[in-house]
Design a protein around this ligand. Structure first.
Ligand code: COA
Length: 190
């Protein structure tokens, strides 16, 4: 039985399984989706990706989760929390990949925001990061839309320049308060 972790308005985020291979290969094996990575994933890499995340669930209770459309049950990508080496230190990172035909519909932001909520609710981390190649506009704009701010840029061998975005627990609490206030104001205008 697949373990459901998060539910949003349009999405379910659940643990991935070996049965997700075809759907994940359609995302990670697509040269357009992977254009900012050193390599497109072949079948072996996608199988390793699934196994690494299953291992992460066991060790950390989090990892990259399958992003599934509630309406159809279709897997359209992954999003979640992993521990990544960023500029020499191991940091909690929000990552995401959405299938090409499903991009720019707000799913990346919806999933990333929900993972940030999950992480600040279920872990003691005080700050969460997202990092990417400086040219990966889809990725950094998703980080910004999810509430993150640019905190660092540094040269590195793989990315040329890496951009690092982050959100602190205090900033997240402030954003939550703001959105509660907004919804109260909207309701009082109805
Ligand atoms: C990053 C990614 C997950 C975003 O998913 P998405 O579902 O398209 O994201 P959203 O629809 O929520 O868009 C979020 C923001 O990014 C912008 N955006 C998305 N794709 C973009 C692109 N290719 N170029 C420029 N901006 C882009 C959107 O316009 C939106 O901006 P706004 O909030 O200011 O209006 C998706 O582009 C992807 O899978 N990229 C390839 C994999 C990857 O590189 N992952 C990150 C590894 S570091």
């Amino acid at each position: 039985m697949e373990k459901k972790m998060i539910e949003t308005e349009r999405l379910i985020l659940r643990e991935m399984t070996e049965q997700d291979f075809d759907a994940l290969f359609a995302v990670l094996g697509d040269p357009e989706v992977m254009q900012h990575y050193p390599n497109v994933f072949d079948e072996t890499k996608v199988r390793e990706w699934i196994h690494r995340n299953i291992e992460r669930y066991e060790i950390f209770s989090f990892g990259l989760w399958a992003v599934v459309l509630k309406e159809t049950g279709e897997l359209i990508g992954d999003c979640g929390l992993t521990m990544q080496q960023i500029g020499g230190n191991i940091k909690p990172e929000i990552g995401y990949h959405i299938r090409k035909d499903m991009q720019r519909k707000g799913y990346g932001t919806e999933a990333a925001k929900a993972v940030i909520d999950w992480a600040f609710t279920n872990t003691p981390f005080q700050i969460l990061y997202s990092y990417m190649k400086h040219t990966n506009a889809g990725s950094y704009r998703t980080a910004i839309s999810a509430g993150m701010k640019l905190v660092e840029e540094f040269p590195d061998k793989v990315n040329g320049i890496t951009k690092v975005y982050a959100i602190t627990r205090e900033e997240w609490i402030a954003l939550k308060k703001e959105s509660i206030l907004c919804s109260v104001e909207t309701q009082s205008q109805l």
